[in-house]
Design a protein around this ligand. Structure first.
Ligand SMILES: [Zn+2]
Length: 139
């Protein structure tokens, strides 16, 4: 079964599982109008293009080109698409805890609400030894 996006003649967007690409498009679950398949963005069991993850999105003013309108619009659209994707596939959402710090020593791994701050600082300031620290703590 493959998950496809469909759009009906009335413009309702919906998803449906069909056995193969050659199957007829299902009728719209809202208005029963005929539908057509949209360009596949994601399917089950195949290679899924999940787009840009949240960690790849800009978090600071300079990363948005100092507030460049086109850049901000672009990222806004990317974020909106990501939002929709995560609604349907919550497992892609990843760590959604608020980021408390993401600059300086936290540039590599942001500090998030709920993190052990002392441990995070130690990890961030000695990245080469962080794994050793973790192993010791777990024993
Ligand atoms: Zn419809």
């Amino acid at each position: 079964m493959i998950l496809y996006d469909f759009v009906c003649t009335d413009g309702h967007d919906f998803e449906a599982l069909i056995a193969s690409m050659s199957d007829d498009a299902p009728s719209c679950p809202v208005c029963q109008a005929p539908s057509r398949r949209r360009l596949a963005r994601l399917n089950i069991g195949g290679r899924a293009d999940t787009g840009v993850s949240r960690d790849q999105m800009p978090r600071s003013w300079t990363q948005t080109g100092a507030g460049d309108r086109e850049t901000i619009r672009h990222w806004h659209e990317v974020a909106a698409k990501r939002e929709k994707l995560e609604e349907r596939h919550p497992e892609l959402a990843g760590d959604r805890r608020p980021i408390l710090a993401h600059e300086g020593i936290f540039a590599r791994k942001p500090l998030r609400a709920g993190d052990d701050i002392a441990a995070a600082v130690r990890d961030a300031s000695s990245p080469t030894q962080s794994d050793t620290h973790k192993d010791k703590q777990q024993q």
